[in-house]
Design a protein around this ligand. Structure first.
Ligand code: FRU
Length: 468
């Protein structure tokens, strides 16, 4: 049997052991990026959910901070967000020591088992020591269920109301729509509006939303609404769609009816953005769970299950008359580049398990490259007839689920000019035009990728060793 620690990533976040799904509560404070996550430490499959916690100064090296939130009598701790309550609006801290406040979903298993509908509600907890320890609010739940069972994943941000006052805004996934709630103290919430029941993709339940202000290339303010959906993604199973529009008078008004997908690979789900990022960061900072509910619980790792994507910076770009979201690798990723190798032939060795390949695409409307190992396992990445493809059907361990061994395609109607591929022990993240098309794909080769071969239609190919 092969050693399963072979899939331990070099620069992606994984929990020390146990099951992980969604990223939660991402917030920045005093030089520290906090990452919480859906965690079940006692098994490598989903179970009673906790919030695990890790911190980082650079988004690449993570320190395990143990468990932040444990299930309690109100239920498991499902996904949610965290904010720095700078003005101490909640009263949990002081103005000189403002609290971090986590807003999460309680999932009451007892109620669910008893056949009751109202088993999801929102709770809050606070920390006065930079996220080290957390106290749950004694008035929980702060937002009880209102009769629809799927009622979860609160993402809280700050927004100005029509009178110009700063308020807290909660963006919540409610079965097949988004509901927006407003609060001035994070404890009492009022429904403002709902969106989406008759728009967007509806092949599954809506989850993990995020409402993000962004600027268009011409400087106009827009709002991007991320909505994860499971199942019903473009590659089957789970995926993240988004809407672009305005947020005015407590309502989200979409620009159009187009269905847009954030990532055309099968393995980027439930991603949202960091709160309170430093002002020199111009673009929203995103991370996703690098898996798919279709097969997440049976992927061939043993100690832990699942990692996060690399952190990405989101921004708007325009194609013809359409606005779309670009997902660029966060600039921190460049600091991982050790040695670089320029290659001129159509074949080259990969220096380690953790590499980045960059290249320009020649003016041909098609290109190709293949990652391979000495066992004949391979992943083919190419462009053909307007599609960007990634084929993992012969990528090693694929038989653990019938939907894993496949080719995934992204439609690209505009010109592909450059390619960046991030390779780590069990993943490939492909960025065309620095993220105008992003495709995130898990792979479990029986031996690490050793070479890149059959390179066609690419020039100025560089390989970087990213092994720490
Ligand atoms: C998304 C999700 C969320 C939920 C959490 C439970 O992957 O289903 O909607 O809060 O996972 O772990």
């Amino acid at each position: 049997p092969s050693s399963l620690s072979q899939y331990e990533p070099e620069y992606h976040f994984v929990p020390p052991f146990g099951w992980m799904n969604d990223p939660n509560g991402m917030v920045y404070q005093n030089g520290t990026y906090h990452l919480f996550y859906q965690y079940y430490p006692d098994s490598t499959v989903w179970g009673p959910m906790h919030w695990g916690h890790a911190t980082s100064a650079d988004l690449l090296s993570w320190k395990d901070e143990g468990i932040a939130l444990y299930p309690d009598s109100l239920g498991y701790i499902f996904s949610g967000s965290a904010v720095l309550d700078e003005s101490n609006s909640s009263g949990f801290g002081t103005e000189s020591n403002p609290p971090l406040v986590a807003i999460f979903t309680y999932h009451d298993m007892e109620k669910e088992k008893a056949g009751e509908l109202e088993y999801q509600s929102q709770g809050i907890a606070y920390s006065l020591d930079n996220g080290k320890t957390w106290t749950k609010y004694e008035g929980n739940p702060v937002l009880p269920n209102q009769g629809i069972k799927d009622f979860r994943d609160p993402k809280v941000s700050r927004i100005q109301d029509s009178a110009g006052n700063w308020k807290w805004l909660m963006t919540l996934a409610v079965l097949d729509r988004i509901q927006f709630f407003e609060s001035s103290d994070l404890k009492s919430w009022t429904l403002l509006s709902e969106f989406g029941q008759s728009l967007g993709a509806h092949g599954g339940v809506w989850e993990c939303p995020d409402l993000i202000p962004m600027k268009t290339p011409s400087g106009e303010e827009k709002y991007v609404l991320l909505v994860s959906i499971n199942p019903g993604g473009p590659q089957q199973g789970s995926a993240t769609q988004y809407f672009i529009g305005d947020f005015k008078n407590g309502e989200f008004i979409p620009d159009d009816e187009l269905i847009r997908w954030l990532d055309y690979g099968p393995d980027n789900y439930a991603g949202v953005t960091w709160s309170n990022v430093p002002s020199e960061r111009k673009d929203p900072l995103f991370i996703g769970w690098m898996s798919n509910w279709l097969y997440a619980q049976v992927v061939p790792t043993e100690k832990w299950r699942s990692s996060m994507t690399i952190p990405r910076e989101l921004n708007l770009f325009q194609v013809e008359d359409k606005l779309l979201v670009q997902s660029q690798p966060a600039k921190e990723l460049e600091s991982l580049r050790k040695k670089s190798y320029s290659i001129s032939s159509s074949e080259s060795a990969l220096p380690s398990v953790a590499t980045e390949i960059t290249a320009e695409i020649e003016n041909t409307e098609s290109f190709s490259l293949t990652l391979s190992n000495e066992l004949g396992e391979k992943v083919i990445i190419n462009q053909e007839m307007g599609l960007i493809n990634i084929d993992r059907s012969n990528s090693g361990k694929v038989n653990f689920h019938p939907d894993f061994a496949k080719t995934f395609s992204a439609p690209m109607s505009w010109k592909a000019e450059s390619i960046r591929v991030f390779i780590d022990a069990h993943s490939i993240e492909l960025f065309i035009n620095n993220g105008e098309i992003a495709m995130t794909t898990l792979v479990f080769p029986n031996s690490p990728w050793k070479s890149v071969e059959s390179i066609q239609g690419l020039e100025n190919v560089k390989i970087y060793d990213l092994k720490k």
